[in-house]
Write a protein that binds this ligand. Sequence first.
Ligand SMILES: NC(=O)c1ccc[n+]([C@@H]2O[C@H](COP(=O)([O-])OP(=O)(O)OC[C@H]3O[C@@H](n4cnc5c(N)ncnc54)[C@H](O)[C@@H]3O)[C@@H](O)[C@H]2O)c1
Length: 266
Amino acid sequence: MIAEREQTQRVKRREMRGHTAVVTGAATGLGCEIALSFARRGVNVAFNYIELPDRDISAQALLTETTLRACGVEVYSEHCDVRDSEAVTTFVANAHAQLGGLHYLVNNAGIAHDGALWRMTDLAWDEVLQTNLTGAFNCIRAIAPFLRNQRYGKVVSISSHQAYQPGFGIANYTASKAALVGLTKSAAVDLGAYNVNVNAVAPGFVKTELLSTLPSEIVADAEHGSVLGRIAEPEDVANVVVFLCSDDARHITGQVILVDGGLTLH
Ligand SMILES: NC(=O)c1ccc[n+]([C@@H]2O[C@H](COP(=O)([O-])OP(=O)(O)OC[C@H]3O[C@@H](n4cnc5c(N)ncnc54)[C@H](O)[C@@H]3O)[C@@H](O)[C@H]2O)c1
């Protein structure tokens, strides 16, 4: 009887409206667009952020929160560093208490700290690995009990095309984004029995503030080097993330979807 009920639960399609998404680093850029894509579908959003040098992230977080609320959904935001596992556990518990449920996790928070390998400092290596990889692990581990208990959930991590095709001077970034693919596959195995899908999206270059810090020739090369001849808008990636969180993608797990306009085909 129990097995029968569980079987029914596993195949039942669920609507996204009224569910809750946790999106890390969603004050700005891609994370903000992902959060908005959820909100437009009636999904409540919890997001976190930290300040970054020469950026006014707190002000952008406030703006993002206001824009999300204007979509008519519940929003919870917190200054929380994904590198700090205790802070992440508290953030996830607060989000659950405030919004009444957790269904989707998007590991979007990420940084780059580029430099030729032989000049890369310990700090540059550690900060990038701690944020992009350990941060994602901390978040998956913190949300896993909620998803396991309800036998339902979706996790999507934002990797990068550079996990597969690194440019010069990004050993830390490439290692972190490639390891995120390993974490995705492994988490998919561990959580699959609990009806939790775990996938990754690997964008090519996306038009965000992060992109404006790159030399213009790299961006131009990416535009002309992609098969589709364009750089992604944030919504090109956000749409795929939301698809992976929908039950249209319920039979996809442990996969990485490259959203790069064919950049890695060459
Ligand atoms: N923009 C691109 O071309 C591109 C391409 C491929 C992948 N990505 C990935 O997409 C993600 C978003 O990038 P973006 O372009 O929107 O950059 P962004 O700098 O605008 O956003 C990153 C966000 O992460 C947050 N953040 C950074 N460190 C954090 C930490 N320790 N704890 C909590 N939050 C933290 C910041 O507050 C910021 O809001 C990153 O993982 C990035 O690696 C971006």
